[in-house]
Design a binder for this molecule. Sequence first.
Ligand SMILES: [Zn+2]
Length: 127
Amino acid sequence: MITKKCLVCKTKFIGRSDKKYCSDQCRNVYNNRINAALSKDIRKTNRILRVNRDILNKYHLIGMEQVSLFSLISEGFILTYFTNMYKDSEGKEIYFCYDMGYQLSDNETVQVLEKKKFEKNLMGQLP
Ligand SMILES: [Zn+2]
């Protein structure tokens, strides 16, 4: 038993060397803070992924399969956020945001793809 300082309320207490909090209450406060920060980060990431997915889906619904990269980005699409990446038979990456995906072409256009159309071809790569 040694004298310790609580990580939450800074009160000094006597306890085992691995004890970090003076009480269950302070331990709960600490864990809630960590969970709140994590939830905020997860919500932010989910929001970005959902925006990406909805932009792709919008083009899919109006039958536009080729979209300029500039259009996507100016609508708020963030290329570095995706849920999965697969490679087609030629080894080219297809990035998915949930059920919608895209593939970059050389001329700065994007091919919009629906995941279910590729599920047969991508068997083995899909979770
Ligand atoms: Zn405390």
